[in-house]
Design a protein around this ligand. Structure first.
Ligand SMILES: Cc1cc2nc3c(=O)[nH]c(=O)nc-3n(C[C@H](O)[C@H](O)[C@H](O)COP(=O)(O)O)c2cc1C
Length: 361
């Protein structure tokens, strides 16, 4: 598949090519989650040549905020500055997709001013994880509604779509995971019951688009294929979930991976990459975005053997013109230095620099 072919999504949103910016928080919003000028510049600078930019994640409720400097879409007040963000991305002709989420237990009392919430009162198995409080039925329904309201705001702010963040161990994944979800009511237990919350969020978001968009507006879903904890999400659970997702009117699925060629940790699924298994399972019904480790034209081409779109993360941080260089066949100009070294040369918001410096130490 050629990376510079356009593709029309189910909703009618057309991406001019197969290159998208992977969602990356840049920890540079104001303390209340309002978009800053630096963030708008950061995205505008990197959107050139891309089919779409997926923004860093935005919390749909105040208690869903994961870390300081994250975007918010929890109130109507956020719409004004988010409109400037979508306009900044649109300047280059890229589509603007806002990623929306709830962090669940992957946050702290310090960040949200109250005890974090989750499917069950089980802490994550990571250093300094805090014990969350189990959400009650009423709160679960309120969060589903909050995803709908966030979608309404993203539409009002001029975005071309939302990506529901069901990956990277945040709340949607916490409901699907047998590690974080130990409930025995309608929201937990069997695979079907654990999938009920993420599927209800998708339905609510799709209903909002149907009722209020009045123009093509895409809805994507991001998921992580496995968990390493015991119990945890197994690759075959994910293949089951993919079948459920296939039945929804989604514009795309997006697999969150550290490397696009990664194989599953399940010995029964070693014939090909996780991306290839899921791409084959989708049978062309829903376009797939792959991600992880793309740094060259060969990587883009290798990834696109098993996906319709290639998402590029860190390479775009250090090489804002990566897509432009690919399109203009200026591949000899692609920056290939290690990330830690390359970020030293780049203008970027100070909190972002400090965050990345720590990451690449
Ligand atoms: C600084 C940074 C911030 C990230 N923030 C998010 C995020 O907000 N939402 C998300 O789904 N993934 C996030 N990711 C993961 C990326 O989307 C991507 O999956 C990962 O970086 C692998 O792709 P890459 O090798 O091209 O960077 C983040 C990654 C980085 C490096």
């Amino acid at each position: 598949m050629k990376f510079n072919e356009s593709l029309a999504l189910r909703s009618g949103v057309v991406l001019r090519n197969r290159l998208v910016m992977a969602p990356m928080t840049i920890v540079s919003s104001f303390h209340d989650g309002t978009v800053t000028k630096e963030e708008i510049q950061h995205y505008a600078m990197r959107s050139k040549g891309l089919g779409a930019v997926i923004t860093g994640t935005a919390n749909v409720t105040d208690n869903g905020k994961g870390w300081p400097g994250e975007l918010t879409i929890a109130t109507d007040e956020a719409i004004g500055a988010l409109t400037q963000l979508s306009e900044g991305i649109h300047q280059s002709g890229a589509k603007a997709i806002l990623q929306i989420f709830h962090a669940g237990r992957m946050t702290s009392q310090k960040t949200i001013g109250e005890q974090p919430v989750s499917a069950s009162a089980f802490a994550a198995e990571i250093p300094n994880a805090e014990q969350p409080r189990e959400l009650d039925n009423f709160e679960i329904e309120a969060i589903i509604e909050a995803f709908g309201q966030a979608t309404r705001r993203a539409i009002a702010a001029g975005f071309d779509g939302v990506e529901i963040h069901g990956a990277n161990t945040y709340l949607l994944q916490q409901f699907f995971s047998p590690h974080s979800n130990r409930r025995t009511d309608e929201w937990g237990g069997s695979l079907e019951k654990r999938a009920k919350f993420p599927l209800a969020v998708i339905d609510r978001v799709l209903a909002e688009v149907k009722n209020t968009a009045g123009r093509p507006f895409a809805v994507g879903y991001r998921l992580s294929p496995v968990e390493i904890t015991e119990p945890g999400i197994k690759f075959e659970d994910t293949l089951w979930l993919v079948e459920q997702l296939k039945a929804k009117e989604l514009d795309y699925l997006h697999l969150s991976l550290k490397h696009f060629g990664r194989k599953s940790n399940d010995k029964n699924y070693q014939d090909k990459s996780e991306l290839a298994y899921i791409h084959d399972a989708l049978k062309g019904r829903v376009p797939l975005i792959g991600v992880g480790g793309v740094r060259s034209l060969e990587d883009v081409e290798g990834l696109l053997e098993n996906a319709e779109f290639a998402a590029i993360g860190q390479q775009l941080l250090i090489d804002p013109e990566f897509a432009v260089k690919l399109i203009a066949k200026r591949t000899d100009e692609i920056i290939s230095k290690p990330f830690g070294e390359a970020i030293q040369d780049l203008p970027m918001p100070h909190p972002m620099f400090k965050y990345l410096e720590k990451r690449y130490q």
